[in-house]
Design a protein around this ligand. Structure first.
Ligand SMILES: [Zn+2]
Length: 218
């Protein structure tokens, strides 16, 4: 069990490492900075989801390129707990690492390992494939295995942090994850059955890693 200050330390370390690795091109900005773009995209998404999806502008953190966009004017962000900030950023940075370097996470690297951060970025076709896979592979909805794969890697970070902080995972976590995978939130990226299987498999894997003391933070 960890206090919020500990998560503040993890958060700072995570961000420092990520900025180094991404050659200080990583930016965090509120969506209100590019209002017309996010409002337009938000509107289009509402149309595609028949008005069901939550607002992309107000409710979601989104990565495009190396910018992590905060919902709305970012007003809630500063007031959030360190734990919350950590869970959000570890998820988003996971996407960044996967897109730009093709590996899933810098926190899996042992704390004592000296890492050469000047390693080469993935080739352009990998980044193209990542985005194509996220949006369309092999289908944009229900059987969106590409998006499922990328998002479950991100949500694994959320599961890990919750388990580490609380020592257990409640039903609420499963319900939350199910909503992400089987609802309009991510354009129905999985069928209900597939969503349940995917989430259970990931939860089991995280519990195993937790029991073996293999989880790393910060
Ligand atoms: Zn994500």
């Amino acid at each position: 069990m960890k206090g919020d200050q500990d998560w503040g330390v993890y958060y700072a370390r995570l961000l420092t490492k990520a900025k180094e690795r991404h050659q200080h091109k990583l930016k965090i900005r509120p969506k209100s900075d590019l209002l017309w773009f996010w409002k337009t995209l938000s509107f289009l998404l509402k149309m595609i989801t028949f008005g069901k999806g939550p607002s992309l502008y107000d409710s979601f953190f989104t990565v495009i390129g190396r910018t992590i966009w905060l919902p709305g004017e970012g007003e809630g962000w500063e007031k959030s707990s360190w734990f919350y900030k950590y869970t959000v950023m570890s998820h988003e940075i996971d996407h960044l690492d996967y897109c730009y370097f093709g590996d899933s996470d810098i926190r899996d690297i042992d704390h004592n390992e000296v890492k050469d951060w000047k390693e080469k970025e993935a080739a352009w076709y990998w980044k193209f494939w990542y985005n194509f896979k996220y949006l369309f592979w092999p289908f944009p909805i229900f059987w969106a295995y590409g998006r499922q794969d990328i998002e479950i890697r991100g949500y694994r970070r959320n599961i890990e942090a919750h388990l580490h902080r609380n020592g257990r995972l409640g039903e609420g976590m499963k319900i939350f994850l199910y909503q992400q995978f089987a609802s309009s939130n991510y354009l129905w990226m999985a069928t209900p059955r597939r969503a349940e299987e995917l989430i259970q498999t990931e939860i089991d894997a995280v519990k195993k890693a937790h029991a073996e003391n293999k989880l790393r933070f910060g």
